[in-house]
Design a binder for this molecule. Structure first.
Ligand SMILES: [Zn+2]
Length: 161
């Protein structure tokens, strides 16, 4: 049986920034730091019980590397496919609940508290907003999100809903 991506924590190496963003969009917990050194990455994976996602075969051979998934492709859609062959994503229920910039779980936020922080036409046309309490980014639905969901559905395929 496949492992569940949404019940697992990951840390990605610097070459997997795009994959990280898309996994976060799907709701998967992926830590990422573009400038992290290999040693720190490996230590953090150990101490936070995270699976290492890497494109770097030399990392995999290092001492102390625990559970990891080596990603071969350089292309996002193929990377996602490699990922979901091992770690299943069977629902988009948790999609758009995590900050794509910093991996924090978003908080729902009242529309009234946001005036002045987002464009007026967005305030007028949208009702649901989520806020990242760590980096301050505000999220709402819209065409970006529809496109993103379409892409995820296409790539991930066998979703329950
Ligand atoms: Zn954030």
């Amino acid at each position: 049986m496949k492992k569940k991506a949404l019940e697992t924590s990951f840390i990605a190496d610097s070459m997997l920034g795009k994959l990280t963003k898309w996994l976060r969009l799907a709701g998967v917990d992926v830590e990422y730091d573009k400038y992290i050194e290999d040693d720190i990455l490996i230590k953090r994976a150990q101490s936070e019980n995270r699976v290492i996602l890497t494109r770097d075969r030399s990392i995999v051979k290092r001492k102390g590397v625990g559970v990891h998934l080596l990603i071969w492709s350089d292309h996002l859609a193929e990377q996602l496919l490699e990922f979901i062959q091992v770690y299943e994503i069977d629902t988009l229920e948790n999609a758009f609940t995590r900050c794509i910039r910093c991996n924090t779980v978003l908080a729902e936020v009242k529309k009234d508290s946001l005036s002045g922080q987002i464009p007026p036409y967005v305030l007028k046309t949208q009702d649901e907003f989520r806020l990242c309490n760590r980096c301050g980014r505000i999220y709402w639905a819209g065409t970006h999100r529809e496109n993103a969901e379409g892409f995820l559905r296409k790539v991930i395929g066998n979703l329950k809903d």
